[in-house]
Design a protein around this ligand. Structure first.
Ligand code: ADP
Ligand code: MG
Length: 438
């Protein structure tokens, strides 16, 4: 009998399934699945929606059964359970009370590219509200902004300080809901009572006058109480779209520190540290190979290492540079050149399937057909992309997050109950995953 957790077993199975089915298929049907449980000879697989359940059950049942039997060393039957988008909804929860335990100062590799930001973040965690207030950290995607914010949060939590980390988007959504629910007083109290406010991705406030104004007041109150404010952004303060001068001067009034892409040696050190933390045996030559391939984004760098390790487990081979090259190539160049599934592609594909114009979907028409097409767009964008409710509303002609959330729930129900609609959405989904790039 196997005591490993279902998710771990499923990941092993996925590794094998990945070689058994073609790439496009794997991405379409297996990517968002998870192992839920294994009990009484039944392995339950969590899938994002009914189409995936239906497809896997009809077309891949015996393959999955075979692979799982191998992994479990036991006979197994399969069951599918619909995850109902729960993980995504959780991600939208307004506050994020816990800091990621992996994001600490100890796990942050320092170098010339990030020295100043690292030192300042440390200072701020040591003596909040004393030296650099606010601390503004900016840099490209995957360069460690959120990592440093959580490192400050972890440190503060250890000292029983009241630190709160929130993305600018969550702040915005919460503010909007509190206005609607007439609970702005609570909102205000929550944000103005903290010792350290960690605000991630402030560029999101750009052009949102009301939120920006509200944050300006939160900022002033915290600042005059001696509370620490740390802000991150993908760009310097001046480049935040349509930022008002008064907030700009506040943001520039402390220390502005940037994160640059790491040089080669730093990339190797980051990979070494990660391999060591995860107990992976891997040669310097391989790490150097990976570090040469991936330059601009530490998230992508770590992703490649994961990929190489997974590959070697799967094929039960030693990790050599040659093998690493194959593992990385199979994502980089050998993958079919499919168009990424973006909100734009979804709207275009839905418009095609319903034979209507994109402008009608984004517009205000209320006839039945248009409303359904629009809701299918909302549903699919939520299912298929990482877009937030706010993003989806923006893509669809400026609709509110509440509208999107309502439509999503409604559409999920309709799809479950109406086989024709289900078939139609299913076909659109298949089309999305076979659209060629370019
Ligand atoms: P950002 O918020 O800037 O997009 P993240 O903070 O999410 O980036 O970092 C992406 C990934 O890279 C995370 O897993 C993080 O732990 C890792 N990372 C970034 N910078 C470093 C570093 N200097 N040392 C170790 N890991 C890092
Ligand atoms: Mg981030």
């Amino acid at each position: 009998m196997n005591n490993r957790p279902a998710q771990e077993l499923w990941e092993t199975a996925l590794g094998e399934l990945q070689v058994e089915v073609n790439k496009a298929n794997f991405y379409t049907w297996f990517q968002k699945t998870r192992g839920v449980s294994f009990a009484d000879g039944i392995f339950t697989i969590g899938v994002p929606n009914t189409f995936v359940a239906e497809y896997l059950e009809k077309n891949q049942y015996s393959l999955i059964e075979k692979v799982l039997t191998g992994v479990l060393h036991a006979d197994v039957r399969l069951a599918f359970s619909i995850d109902n988008g729960v993980p995504k909804l959780l991600a939208d929860r307004p506050d994020m009370p816990l800091f990621n335990p992996k994001y600490t100062f100890g796990t942050f590799v320092t170098a010339n590219s990030n020295n100043l930001a690292f030192a300042a973040a440390n200072q701020v965690a040591e003596n909040p509200g004393q030296n650099f207030n606010p601390l503004y950290i900016h840099g490209g995607s995957g360069l460690g902004k959120t990592h440093l914010l959580h490192a400050i949060g972890n440190e503060a939590a250890g000292k029983h300080l009241n630190a709160l980390c929130v993305s600018a988007e969550q702040y915005t959504n919460e503010l909007v809901s509190s206005i609607r629910a007439r609970t702005t007083e609570e909102f205000r109290n929550k944000y103005r009572s903290v010792d350290i406010l960690l605000l991630d991705d402030i560029q999101f406030f750009g052009g949102k006058e009301q939120t920006e104004e509200n944050f300006f007041h939160t900022f002033n109150e915290l600042h005059s109480n001696g509370s620490q404010i740390v802000v991150t952004s993908d760009r310097p303060p001046k480049e935040i779209p349509q930022i008002k001068d008064k907030l700009l001067s506040r943001l520039e009034g402390g220390l502005v520190a940037d994160l640059q892409p790491p040089d080669f040696d730093t990339r190797v050190s980051i990979l070494q540290a990660k391999a060591k933390r995860e107990g992976v045996e891997i040669g310097e030559d391989v790490l150097e190979y990976i570090a040469l391939q991936i330059k601009e984004n530490i998230r992508a760098l770590e992703g490649s290492l994961n990929r190489v390790v997974a590959y070697s487990k799967l094929l039960r081979t030693m990790i050599t540079p040659d093998m690493a090259a194959r593992a990385i190539d199979s994502i980089a160049s050998k993958a079919p050149q499919l168009a990424p599934v973006t909100p734009g592609l979804i709207i275009e594909t839905v418009a095609g399937a319903f034979q209507m114009n994109i402008s009608d979907i984004k517009g205000r028409r209320r006839d039945n057909n248009t409303v359904i097409a629009r809701q299918v767009c909302m549903y699919l964008i939520r299912q298929e992309t990482d877009s937030s409710l706010t993003d989806i509303g923006r893509e669809l002609g400026g609709r509110s997050p509440a509208t999107i959330s309502y439509a999503y729930e409604k559409m999920s129900g309709a799809i479950n109950n109406d086989p024709l609609l289900r078939r139609q959405v299913f076909n659109i989904q298949q089309k999305l995953h076979t659209t060629k790039a370019g």
